[in-house]
Design a binder for this molecule. Sequence first.
Ligand code: SME
Length: 159
Amino acid sequence: MGTAMFREILSDLEKFLTTATELAAVQRFAVDAIATRLPHYDWVGFYMLDPDDRTMLVLGPFHGAPTEHVRIPVAKGICGAAVALGETIVVDDVAADPRYLSCSIETRSEIVAPIRVRGEIVGEIDIDSHAPAAFGAKDRTFVEECAALVGRFMERSAS
Ligand code: SME
């Protein structure tokens, strides 16, 4: 596992984006490609800012166990913090982070990367692992590149 698989997923996502027309289809493709090919990425999903209430994140397509957190205020959770702080958040031990909102008792670590459209955060990719400290520097770069590809797709489709 590692960079070769990251490259393969990014290249397949880029290819998918050349003909995609719907954001939901792009998100579906991304969560399935990421979660099925990286088995320690146990839950992969999108949270997007509600266009009518930008203090609220709304769950989009995801791959993994259903979660009760279908709407998360920007003031709550690791998910909210990534938007509020405007940066990727990596949590090696979710039990030690008071911001953490539990989605599964099996989750041990988490990464959340914001998605930007013309510099503005519109949502994020959230990934949980059952392994502690599952997300290193290369994972971070990979997840941020996935988020950037989705952001560029949104920019193109909005223009
Ligand atoms: N753990 C997240 C909530 C979403 S679930 O992990 C799917 C958080 O702390 O914001």
